[in-house]
Design a protein around this ligand. Structure first.
Ligand code: ARG
Length: 473
């Protein structure tokens, strides 16, 4: 396609080294769509006749169908998806096919294909994030009033509810959705018409191409448009954060599945056994997702390093943007999909979590807060209760079993401020129920939050279906 100024042949090694068709074939739908819009615009501007446009459009549609059905043969000597499609089109319809590339270059073409692709994937990933968020909210509703210990430093800290813990992850996914929605706005821009880097002398109509491809606006600078990939970086950054969130959730699943915790049971369908140890039941899906988050972070770093210090404008380096992008998309599709299934089917042992939540030492803060309510400064209250915890430990009994005489030993002045038998009246259930402030773990707040979360995700999924349909038109 560029043989005009060359005398020598391209070495086989160069052909193999520089091809991208082995991975960018995935952009065939976007490439065909972009070319159809381009040809339609060229005809509207009098650069192609109506007949030529129709021949091009029909030819492209036939090629697209063949690729979709796996009947198209890609050639690595034609480098990439753009040249494979265009060369085949010209082979089929003759010189008319060779008119398609007027007013464009592969530089603005690939940037357009990539933006079409990322735009679709943002919506797809948002849909999957919404499904997982909804699954978490549904589980949270189911376990809204089941107690479990909340941890800091992986030490038992204060009792919470399982629902509250699960909703924490739904919140993270909520922000992930916002980040994706935000980077959509900057992805939704048409580069086509920038040509190689300096636009074109031909009388094209970029606004027409823009509306045909359902982009929100056209790019304002041709040099920026062909060389910029920061929309990919933003998408990979949002993806990496999703990966981090999933890895945290999966770490919980792994811990909870261990015999030491034994609080959660992932369905058989999402566990695997050991070929050696017959008793094993491994949470591989969770472990793998924890592991795959590494790719999501790695792909982001790859793109950042790829872009760093590239001179203006297009450089072939940019071809390397696709494998990390595709890998993150595939990884997210896999991880979000399977985790949604795993969440829908997982079960908690209420007996085990409630027993762990009943650990009385986790009520120490509540005692300190009781003292605050009767006027003791918090720092002093902390000291008093710390003394009682130490005493309980020394006497080898639970905090809540300390008798009045024992409590009076270390803090007689404070003890008289509290109602008789207050220690014995404490319980994890009551501790949790008292935390009904918005954002707290009390069953009623969790139910309210879970319902709102379900509604939010439901609305989001409906809106996304509309957006997906709108850009597909
Ligand atoms: N395969 C190339 C890429 O992905 C397409 C653009 C090639 N442009 C060029 N001037 N060689 O970046």
């Amino acid at each position: 396609m560029w043989k005009g100024r060359f005398e020598g042949q391209t070495a086989d090694s160069t052909v193999r080294y520089s091809e991208s068709i082995s991975f960018d074939w995935r952009l065939y739908r976007q490439d065909v769509r972009g070319s159809i819009a381009h040809a339609t615009m060229l005809a509207a501007c009098g650069i192609l006749t109506g007949e030529e446009r129709d021949a091009i459009v029909d030819g492209l549609r036939a090629i697209e169908r063949e690729i979709a059905e796996g009947r198209f043969e890609f050639r690595i000597d034609l480098e990439d998806i753009h040249m494979n499609i265009e060369a085949e089109l010209t082979r089929r319809i003759g010189p008319t096919g060779a008119k398609l590339h007027a007013g464009r270059s592969r530089n603005d073409q690939v940037a357009t294909d990539l933006r079409l692709y990322v735009r679709e994937q943002i919506l797809e990933i948002r849909r999957l994030v919404g499904e997982l968020g909804a699954a978490l909210a549904q589980k949270a509703l189911e376990y809204a009033d089941v107690l479990m210990p909340g941890y800091t430093h992986l030490q038992r800290a204060q009792p919470v509810t399982i629902g509250h813990h699960l909703l924490a992850y739904a919140e993270m996914l909520d922000r992930d959705d916002e980040r994706l929605a935000d980077c959509y706005r900057r992805t939704d821009v048409l580069p086509l018409g920038s040509s190689a880097l300096a636009s074109t002398t031909l009388p094209i109509d970029r606004e027409l191409t823009c509306s045909l491809l359902r982009f929100s606006r056209i790019s304002r600078n041709s040099m920026d448009a062909v060389s910029d990939r920061d929309f990919v970086i933003e998408f990979l950054s949002a993806s990496a954060l999703i990966g981090l969130h999933l890895s945290r959730f999966c770490e919980d699943l792994v811990l909870w599945s261990s015999a030491e915790f034994a609080t959660c049971r992932l369905a058989d369908a999402y566990c695997t056994g050991s070929s050696l140890m017959p008793q094993k039941r491994n949470p591989d899906v969770a472990e793998l997702t924890r592991g795959k988050s590494a790719r999501l972070v790695g792909n982001l770093v790859s793109l950042m390093v790829l872009l760093k210090a590239q001179p203006m404008t297009y450089n072939r380096d940019l071809q390397e943007d696709k494998p990390p992008l595709f890998d993150s998309v595939d990884t997210l599709h896999g991880a979000l999909g399977i985790l949604t299934e795993a969440v829908r089917t997982m079960e908690f042992s209420e007996e085990r979590t409630a027993a762990a939540a009943a650990d009385p030492s986790m009520l120490a803060t509540d005692v300190a807060e009781m003292l605050v309510q009767v006027g003791v400064p918090f720092r002093r209250a902390h000291e008093v209760v710390g003394g009682w915890v130490g005493l309980a430990e020394k006497l080898g009994k639970p905090l809540t079993a300390l008798q009045a005489e024992e409590l009076g030993q270390t803090a007689p002045e404070e003890l008289v401020l509290l109602p008789k038998g207050f220690m014995q009246d404490l319980s994890a259930r009551q501790a949790v129920e008292q935390r009904a402030a918005p954002g707290g773990p009390a069953p009623e707040s969790v139910k309210r939050e879970a319902e709102q979360c379900l509604e939010r995700n439901g609305q989001r999924l409906t809106a996304l279906a509309g957006l997906i349909a709108a850009i597909q038109q």
